[in-house]
Design a protein around this ligand. Sequence first.
Ligand code: HEM
Length: 438
Amino acid sequence: MNDQADVLFSGDYRLSPSTAEALEMWLGTVAAPIHDQHWDVSDPKLFGNEKVHEIFREMRAEAPINKVTGTPQGDYWNVTTVKAIQHIEALPKIFASGFEVGGMVIQDSTEQAKLEGRGKTFIAMDAPEHSKRRRAVAPAFTPGEMVRLSERVRNRTVEVLEGLPRGEQFDWVEKVSIELTTGMLAIIFDFPWEHRHALTYWSDWQSDLRLGATKELEELRKEITLEMGTCMYKLWQQRLNAPPAPDLLSRLIHSEEMPEMDPMEFSANMSLLIVGAVDTTRNTMSGIAEGFDRFSQERAKLEADPSLIPNAVQECIRFVTPVAHMRRTATEDYTLDDQTIRKGEKVILWYKSANRDETVFDEPDVLKVDRDNARRHVAFGYGVHRCVGARLAELQLRTLVEEMIRLDIRPRVTGKVERLDNVFINGFSKVEVTLDPA
Ligand code: HEM
């Protein structure tokens, strides 16, 4: 497979510029959009500096469902509590995800993106297409599959943790979070191992909504997406001609739904799985290092009682909430808590806010590994689109925490902590830590 992979991939994709470099190069050339309304939280900086939490707190107290108008992202409804988000997600016919009606993020799906087929992913589809497509990938995430993968997840986690330097500062994001999540995705795709860093690169280029802000950035994103599509298409051909295997690509290719998918849709779904798997779990892993250092008494509780680890994982997911929002578009007028949302209006479900909802979570801004109801978080969404990869994320995160405790890996933050300025995917670009000498 590896020799073949070299032939398949050689010279087919780039790994630079990074998204940070590209944004620096081109975003400076356009005037920053003006966010002059206090409850317009679509400014990515509010997520990087965490000011968004104060604003959400005000909204939950004063108007948990409220509408802002004339923002750089147009008019939209803010939905900020667990109850309201679950109510809306339980009505997928009225609150649609379809790309043709607007898509699943705060930025509207543009005509150009529609033409390029970027919306052809099942997270941006409604019934009946959504359910058919989801059925094709769901078998890769059953409890039985998780058992099958668990040994490889553990071996890889131990390998990465044991290879960390002791007594010298390093970036946890680079050496742990990226290494583990990229490696895991390569395993579930059976993606050529030595090319796995391309998965992280492609994921970064898909998940930052600012990368569509200028013509140059949009153009570059298109080229990089095309490179990803080309590599994936070659793998598709290779797996098509091979007998069915348990990896996710092979399952998808040999599924009943496959004949209905064109290369563009296949590539869009790969992109969804790459972003879904890499960015989200990666940022939670970084949040675990940062959170266990800031709330060191919580880590001590796990050392004393490792049976708390599964609950601690849910609490860390709640605390980080790596997917800040999903969007729906109303297909008819609907009144919820005295607010009438009109047909065609954009509705933003702020998981970031709901997971700090003080009517559900006691002292929501504190990380508590023994929190009774940590599992009530909505970080994986709710209803028909609820994260299909949740079990895999939980497996990876649980294994990481178990092995950190067993191997006595206690990252202390000794350098920079940099958060992402991103309105969609939240987390960290850097968490510099030091481990005590062994
Ligand atoms: C901590 C890690 C993760 C978080 C917080 C997360 C969060 C989410 C959220 C919020 C949604 C949308 C739910 C909704 O609209 O109600 C979603 C959907 C999805 N996620 Fe995840 N995710 C994570 C890990 C993963 C992993 C590991 C994979 C795959 C390997 C994955 C693949 C997907 C896919 C394919 C969808 C679309 C499901 C659909 O539309 O039916 N996610 N995820």
